[in-house]
Design a protein. Structure first.
Length: 394
């Protein structure tokens, strides 16, 4: 076994027992001291520690999206944001892992229940992997053969029980295309023992997310372990899985939790300093104003779409678009708020010994994610303007 394969740590999942959304939220809140203790080591080794993975599984962190009909908590999107936010207050990398690895219920719900149960013998199993760029998969008897493939940004993959990837389908040497002429795209489950992790994750921030590249060579994926990642809505699926893009809603919890921690720590420092600083009062108040407005927008949109989906209603294109708007807004407004607050501390924040050093690195790295970039507004803006056939960003 190679060193990179050996780095995949498997933590045995506990026997399933029902955990409600409220119970999971309380369990995650209780993990604060452990996260603070493990965070420096997580940052150093660039992925979660086995101790942290075991605690998150015990808390129910990775099962939050499993359908209620299957015995899962089916946690609402607004509570998913709160769950990730709770973890990010202590360490953004831990939260980043959870918002990825907890997508497992979304994936499982794409399959008939009997197939999902084959892939996941426990709802506490975690799933990681990236879709892009899709790699070639050739039709063979019973499945799809991937001669060679490599994918970047495998967030959480060191701690995953199941690994997925994106593929383009080929048959008889020809690329298959859909009715619109686009390449046929699928998500496939890889045999974990054939996945090789590459040591590529050296970054400014979010070092503990473990978002390294991974590759396979000469593997066959059974047809039953491949699903079509749809665009738009699929009314036959459980509420949390009904809209493909909603898998990333909980991402907002990472920047919201991190931002709250930075503002709280700045506030503590400012209280130690000389009073009667009018500028500091105004600027800190404005930072809080921007942060709380962003958080309220994110939670209100997540609550609205959850209410409608769980009531069996269909979302309007405007409601779908709002999920992109609040994600981009959260990133930009929280960064603005944190920079305004940190400016009040002066040059002390530039040193590596600063207590803000890791959190500032994490914040800047977060802003590179598409979910917080302005270009993610294109599709939402087009939808609000009534346009069709808009570009879909990976």
């Amino acid at each position: 076994m190679s060193a990179s394969q050996a780095s995949v740590r498997i933590v045995e999942a506990p026997v399933d027992s029902y955990k409600s959304s409220a119970e999971i939220l309380e369990n995650l809140k209780a993990l604060g001291p452990l996260i603070e203790e493990e965070a420096p080591e997580i940052d150093r080794i660039r992925h979660l520690t086995p101790r942290m993975v075991a605690a998150l599984k015990e808390a129910g962190a990775f099962r939050i999206a499993w359908p209620a009909a299957w015995g899962g908590p089916e946690m609402r999107f607004d509570d998913q944001i709160r769950a990730v936010e709770t973890l990010s207050y202590h360490d953004a990398s831990v939260a980043w892992n959870v918002q990825i690895l907890s997508d497992t219920g979304f994936y499982g719900a794409q399959f008939p229940e009997e197939i999902a149960r084959e892939l996941y013998t426990s709802m506490d199993f975690a799933t990681a992997g990236g879709y892009y760029p899709p790699q070639r998969a050739d039709k063979v008897e019973g499945g799809w053969h991937i001669p060679k493939g490599r994918w970047p940004f495998g967030s959480g993959i060191h701690s995953a029980d199941c690994i997925v990837c994106g593929i383009h389908l080929y048959e008889n040497g020809e690329l298959l295309r859909d009715a619109d002429g686009q390449p046929e795209f699928r998500v496939a489950y890889l045999p974990k023992d054939k996945v090789n992790l590459l040591d590529t994750w050296y970054t400014l921030g979010l070092r503990g997310s473990g978002s390294t590249d991974y590759e396979v060579e000469d593997v066959v994926v059974p047809e039953k372990y491949v699903f079509k990642y749809f665009a738009g809505a699929a009314d036959h699926l459980p509420p949390l899985s009904r809209h493909a893009d909603f898998i990333a809603i909980s991402l907002q919890g990472v920047v919201l939790g991190l931002g709250r921690r930075i503002l709280d720590d700045v506030q503590k420092e400012l209280k130690k300093r000389s009073p009667n600083d009018r500028f500091a009062r105004i600027q800190y108040a404005e930072a809080e104003m921007n942060y709380n407005a962003a958080r309220a927008f994110s939670l209100s949109v997540a609550k609205e779409v959850s209410d409608k989906l769980f009531a069996g209603e269909t979302l309007t294109v405007e409601e779908e678009a709002m999920t992109s708007l609040c994600s981009v807004n959260a990133g930009h407004q929280v960064r603005k708020a944190c920079n305004m607050a940190l400016e009040l501390l002066g040059a002390s924040i530039i040193y590596q010994r600063s207590p803000f050093e890791r959190r500032r690195r994490d914040l800047e790295t977060l802003m590179v994610h598409l979910g917080h970039q302005r270009r993610a507004l294109e599709g939402a803006g087009g939808s609000l303007l009534g346009e069709k056939n808009l570009p879909h960003l990976a």
